[in-house]
Write a protein that binds this ligand. Structure first.
Ligand SMILES: [Zn+2]
Length: 289
């Protein structure tokens, strides 16, 4: 089956849909990044909120926030029709040359973007008249999308499908996921900037989920950016977008190695921690006493 070279992650999901591919990788922030967001948030929930999360997730194979964090990506295989219908919910793109400030009518027609999805699913989650199954799915979507919107490539204003079209040759010891192994030759991976952010920056740290969560959890909660325009998910998308140019996330050349990954790992970890903190706040607001 045809698929863009080495495209991974959430946005890739959508890209694959755009390009007519029927299956492919199910990663974004890689599973690890999403699981970290879920795990860190869960550790900081109030007892009543944690109990409500457990009640909603009862019956899941992995009934924790970390356990369901990559479900929205795994829909690709679990329920391809539903994946297709929700593929635009993983990202938002601001037109090239525009400010990063989110404009719903322009950037999210019909609510079909990550900001609109978070807002809509939060309304479902907080509505106790909704069926339990509907609220459970809303919770699983929210855990995932709060992670996505903090990944800078998922709220991008460069004209390259969220970095998916910015090709990169990356020297790394970390083997790619199985689907992309043919693009890994002599320690060099043919990939793109979106995948670098989804998979390689955190993955090359070489830690398991519990190890990584313990390390990040030992830090104080990260500084929260001053309120930009908008609130909630719209503001978080604006932050992600602004980081891209403010921190020179696009490299001047298309070759990179561990130097790039090491340089940006603290920023990626900060975005994971900010996402976790905000996810906990969201769940306290929507499910707490
Ligand atoms: Zn996603």
């Amino acid at each position: 089956m045809r698929r863009p070279v080495a495209v991974s992650s959430v946005l890739a999901c959508s890209l694959a849909v755009l390009l007519g591919a029927a299956s492919g990788p199910a990663q974004a922030w890689s599973a690890l990044g999403h699981q970290l967001v879920g795990e860190l948030a869960q550790r900081h929930l109030a007892p009543a909120t944690r109990a409500e999360v457990a009640r909603l997730l009862a019956g899941e194979q992995r009934p924790t926030l970390a356990g369901v964090a990559d479900w929205a990506d795994r829909l690709r295989d679990l329920d391809p029709e539903r994946f297709k219908a929700t593929s635009r919910w993983h990202y938002v793109n601001t037109p090239p040359g525009q400010q990063c400030d989110y404009v719903a009518e322009r950037d999210c027609p019909d609510g079909q973007c990550v900001v609109g999805a978070i807002q809509a699913q939060r309304a479902i989650l907080a509505d106790t008249t909704q069926p339990l199954e509907t609220r459970r799915d809303a919770l699983k979507f929210i855990v995932h999308f709060v992670g996505d919107v903090h990944q800078p490539m998922h709220a991008n204003n460069h004209d390259d499908l969220g970095g998916n079209r910015f090709q990169v040759s990356l020297r790394t010891d970390l083997e790619p996921e199985a689907y992309a192994r043919r693009n890994y030759v002599d320690g060099v991976m043919g990939t793109n900037l979106h995948s670098v952010w989804d998979y390689y920056i955190l993955g090359t740290e070489g830690l398991s989920l519990p190890q990584y969560a313990d390390r990040l959890d030992a830090l104080p909660w990260p500084p929260m950016p001053a309120d930009g325009p908008g609130t909630g998910a719209a503001a978080w998308a604006g932050e992600s977008c602004r980081l891209i140019d403010a921190r020179d996330v696009y490299p001047p050349v298309h070759k990179m190695d561990a130097g790039y990954l090491d340089h940006f790992r603290p920023l990626a970890e900060q975005r994971v921690r900010q996402a976790a903190w905000r996810l906990a706040q969201v769940l306290e607001a929507d499910l707490g006493d």
